[in-house]
Every structure is written in structure tokens, then in C-alpha cells.
Design a protein around this ligand. Structure first.
Ligand code: ADP
Ligand code: F6P
Length: 323
């Protein structure tokens, strides 16, 4: 390995920059060059890249977003376009690729490996924490902490006014942000895409707590819930309880901001290990977190297993602790 490429793909996530920094500086230590492809797979196809050395990644560890830019690149679904990208890498003198993104991005990376023989390594980078084979993906911890900040602030106005708040967090197909935010934020209820019939349970619990004198309620709703996110869930619960409510959509605020210590740490270990794997000749791996440690996971297992199931224990806890 003389020169590696790195790119960020899909939605951006806080901590991606820390991963880029760690990968570049590890490559330098190992005597390997590094380029950063711009805007995900679109930059790879066009040969749009920047040279990355130790100084190019200075002062970025604390920044959200990604200095390389990211995109969803529909043309990469086409095998001919992937062949063009592999060819472009050869022209650029790049022998391996690190992809930071979610399972969709990893499908693209595996296709590139299988069809064109490109050595690839993946780093799970998505606020959704919906990648199989890792306990946490880069950006998840920061996103949950951003949502928690909003909830803590809503508690103040909720307690003062007796208002019921429906807080919509991100997660089109994954309730991980909603669930962790609900438990850590002490919410009165949570509604996630992976579970059904929680709305009835939430109504029941809120009735019980109102009877005990609880004045304000915060219900966390994942955007992808079948009832249609917070704007779909709020009128159902509001009507059943005959109570006024407000809807707060946190949206893309959860994608930005300075990464937490956890995200910086996970990203730093992952970035370093991804380079080490490729330089040692190990391809088709993802650096995940298992048992609180960074480990190499087979990338094919990651994409074949799809999204991990919802944490049933945490879902029970969220319901059990509302009082
Ligand atoms: P994420 O990586 O966060 O899951 P997406 O599913 O949107 O996000 O995928 C990001 C990008 O990865 C897509 O826009 C596309 O460029 C590439 N990609 C996704 N799935 C595939 C696939 N099956 N084959 C080739 N490329 C893919
Ligand atoms: O990156 C994941 C995510 O933030 C999801 O939680 C959300 O559903 C989606 O991306 C939003 O993506 P976009 O900005 O492309 O609409």
C-alpha cells in the first residue's frame, strides 16, 4: 500500500472529522500517503480529491460535519459507474479505500471490492446507530446529547405551563436515537418505528401519571414511526387525553455540533484501525465497537445482517420509568 483514499458518504455525523484525522495521521506514521475524495462516491467517480497530510487535518477534531463533504450518490448503484471509479482510483495511484458511512455506503464499498478488486475498509458513521456489528456508530452519542439538551429546556417550560410536548428526533427506520433520548431524558413516553401499539401504552401511562398529579409530559417520537412522526402521533394522544400540546421537530440540529468525547474517541480508534487493517492486507472489514472495545468485523456480515433489532430492554425501561 502506497496511497489510500478516504471518503464520507450518506448523512454527515459529528466525529467524522476526528476519524479522518486519525486515519491520515496513522497513514503518515506507516509511511502511506492519503487522499480525501470529495462529496462521497460522487468525488470518487470524478477523481475529485484533496491530498491529506498531517497538517491538512489539524484543528478539525472538534468540528462537526465532514471537511470532505458528503452526499447520497445514486449513480454509484450502477456497476459501470463503479468500474469507472475503480479505474479512476488506479489513475490516482490509490490502492485502497476507507468509507465512513452507514450500511448503504458499505454496500457500495463491498460492490467495489467484489467487482473491481479494490481493497476497502468501513467505519460506521451515522447518527442513527443502525449498523449491525457495532454497539455505537460515530455521531450517535453527540446526536442523543443534542436531543437531550432540547428536552431539558422543554422541561422548564413544560413544568411552568403544564404543556405536553411531542419531540420528534431523527431516525427514518431506526428508533435508537428516540429510545436513548427518552430514557436519558426521563420522557413520559416513546414511539419508535420498530415497535407497534406503543401509542395506546403511552396514553395509558400518561393518564395514570396525571391522576398522581404529574403536570407536564414529554413524549419522544422517532421521525419514521408508522403514525407519521410527531405531527402524526400528537393529535391522537392529545385528543385521547383532551390536552393541549406542542410539537417540536429537532431535525438536522442533531446532525451538527461539536462531537462529544465518546464520538471523538470511537472515531479516533476506528480511523487508526481502519488504516492498520488495510496496510496489513486485511480488506472487507469494518471497525466496530463490541464489549466497549474497537474490533474488526466482517463487512459482508454487516450488510447481510441488515439493521440491528430495537433494544427491547431499553424500550421496557422507558415505559417502566415514566411515573
Ligand atoms: P448510509 O450509508 O448512511 O446508509 P445511504 O443508504 O443513503 O446512506 O447510502 C449512501 C450512498 O452509498 C448512496 O447514495 C450510494 O452512493 C451508496 N450506496 C448505497 N447502497 C448501495 C448499493 N447497494 N450499491 C452501490 N452503492 C450504494
Ligand atoms: O443520516 C441519517 C439521517 O440523519 C436520518 O436520521 C434521517 O432520516 C436522514 O438522515 C435525513 O437525511 P436527509 O438530510 O438526506 O433528508
Amino acid at each position: 500500500m502506497k496511497r489510500l483514499g478516504i471518503l464520507t458518504s450518506g448523512g454527515d455525523a459529528p466525529g467524522m472529522n476526528a476519524a479522518i484525522r486519525a486515519a491520515v495521521r496513522t497513514a503518515t506514521r506507516l509511511g502511506v500517503g492519503m487522499v480525501g475524495y470529495l462529496d462521497g462516491y460522487c468525488g470518487l467517480v470524478r477523481g475529485a480529491f484533496v491530498e491529506l497530510d498531517d497538517r491538512a487535518v489539524g484543528n478539525i477534531i472538534q468540528r462537526g460535519g465532514t471537511i470532505l463533504g458528503t452526499s447520497r450518490c445514486p449513480e454509484f448503484f450502477d456497476p459501470e459507474v463503479r468500474a469507472q471509479a475503480a479505474n479512476q482510483m488506479k489513475l490516482d495511484g490509490v490502492d485502497g479505500l476507507i468509507v465512513i458511512g452507514g450500511d448503504g455506503s458499505f454496500r457500495g464499498a463491498l460492490a467495489l471490492q467484489d467487482e473491481c478488486g479494490v481493497a476497502v475498509a468501513g467505519l460506521p458513521g451515522t447518527i442513527d446507530n443502525d449498523v449491525w456489528g457495532t454497539e455505537e456508530s460515530i455521531g450517535f452519542d453527540t446526536a442523543v446529547n443534542t436531543a437531550l439538551l432540547a428536552i431539558d429546556q422543554l422541561r422548564d417550560t413544560g413544568e411552568s405551563t403544564g404543556m405536553m410536548f411531542f419531540v420528534e428526533v431523527m431516525g427514518r427506520t431506526s428508533g435508537a436515537i428516540a429510545l436513548h433520548t427518552a430514557v436519558a431524558g426521563g420522557a413520559a413516553g416513546v414511539v419508535v418505528p420498530e415497535a407497534h401499539a406503543e401509542i395506546g401504552l403511552v396514553i395509558e401511562r400518561i393518564r395514570e401519571t396525571m391522576a398522581k398529579g404529574k403536570r407536564s409530559h414529554i413524549i419522544v417520537v422517532a421521525e419514521g414511526d408508522e403514525a407519521g412522526g410527531a405531527f402524526g402521533v400528537a393529535p391522537i394522544i392529545g385528543k385521547a387525553l383532551d390536552r393541549p400540546y406542542r410539537v417540536v421537530v429537532l431535525g438536522h440540529t442533531q446532525r451538527g455540533g461539536r462531537p462529544t468525547m465518546r464520538d471523538r474517541l470511537v472515531a479516533s480508534e476506528g480511523g487508526a484501525m481502519a488504516v492498520e487493517a488495510l496496510v496489513a492486507g486485511r480488506t472487507g472489514v469494518m471497525i466496530g465497537r463490541q464489549g466497549g472495545r474497537s474490533v474488526e468485523v466482517n463487512l459482508r456480515d454487516v450488510v447481510n445482517n441488515g439493521h440491528p433489532p430495537v433494544n427491547a430492554g431499553l424500550l421496557r425501561l422507558a415505559q417502566q420509568l415514566s411515573g
